[in-house]
Design a binder for this molecule. Sequence first.
Ligand SMILES: *[C@@H]1O[C@H](CO)[C@@H](O)[C@H](O)[C@H]1NC(C)=O
Ligand SMILES: *[C@@H]1O[C@H](CO)[C@@H](O)[C@H](O)[C@H]1NC(C)=O
Length: 347
Amino acid sequence: MQWATLAAGAALLAPAAAQQMLRFPCSQLVVERTDPLVNPGMKYTPHLHQIVGGDAFNVTMDPNTDLAKQSKCTSCSYTQDKSNYWTAVMFFKAKNGTYTRVPQIGNGGPQGKLHNSGGLDLYYIPSGKVTAFKKGFRMLAGNAGNTDPSKVKMSNICHRCWTSTSDTPFVGGAPCTGTDTVDIPSDPKCKMIRQTIIFPTCWDGVNLDSPDHQSHVAYGQGSGASGGGACPSTHPVKLPQIMYELMWDVSKFADKSLWPSDNSKPFVYSMNIGGPAAHGDYVFGWEGDSLQKAMDNGCTLNQACSKAGLTVQQPATYDACVKKQQAPEEVNGWLKELPVGEKAIKA
Ligand SMILES: *[C@@H]1O[C@H](CO)[C@@H](O)[C@H](O)[C@H]1NC(C)=O
Ligand SMILES: *[C@@H]1O[C@H](CO)[C@@H](O)[C@H](O)[C@H]1NC(C)=O
């Protein structure tokens, strides 16, 4: 409902009239095989990630560290957000068996195109009064080893085919509804593929993390990008809803004659599994109580918000926040094999 209003109203109304939520871009900090949440301390983790956010990102991230104090910059547009966000990377598999990364662009939509340099766009969607994450909080959505689409709720993690390279007209409908799919679409008509990862909105109120990085949080009633409904008694604390939005620009691969001749799927994530293994990792790192204030004061979109002390950086500034790979290997160009196991080898 709210999303329909947002989409339909955007052409007529100023953004301030739409549902209040933070919606902002983050450029790529680094693409490498590290994962301080699932594989702390490890370099060359089982699969490749793209990471955005504060530059205190590291192979090990102690929950007692204040990321906001450690980071010198953030690749996200909000200066105060030194959190880290990461996901798998999408590869195109060519007929000759080599792989290349699918480029990413900022999403458009009703508030106009966001600029991210090979990164993703983020949402923090409040539903009523929410409690912002605490320092040291982290969580994981999705399962990187899952190959079974029926084990994923499409209303939480989904893909949408965009048949145009532009988002005008706006491809409507709330995320993870309608004809969206758990699997990555493989249809040469798709020029862009939008990936959405919606995180749980209910917290046990005690644990900043859990052994599986999931059981300290739970999805609320209802589904989709509504901010989340009522929380179960086991996880009574309502959180802001985090949503990752990734626009994979598949337009240059939209020619079926380039696709694998053995009928295998042309697009896979870095685990060499498709949509059912899509996942997102989150490590909280906003400065002080800025996120709580942003949620309480209806700060919105990608706008500065003095009530929460939020300031917005120019694209050139957040694009410049990058980190060297800590697990160095080639991740660009055409690769003989996916970067799994040993170091990747350039084709
Ligand atoms: C990353 O962690 C290593 C040790 O694990 C440490 O030596 C290094 O200073 C850390 N880097 C940053 C930017 O915190
Ligand atoms: C494999 O195919 C891609 C896409 O057609 C092409 O760009 C690349 O040069 C090819 N690589 C080799 C080693 O043949």
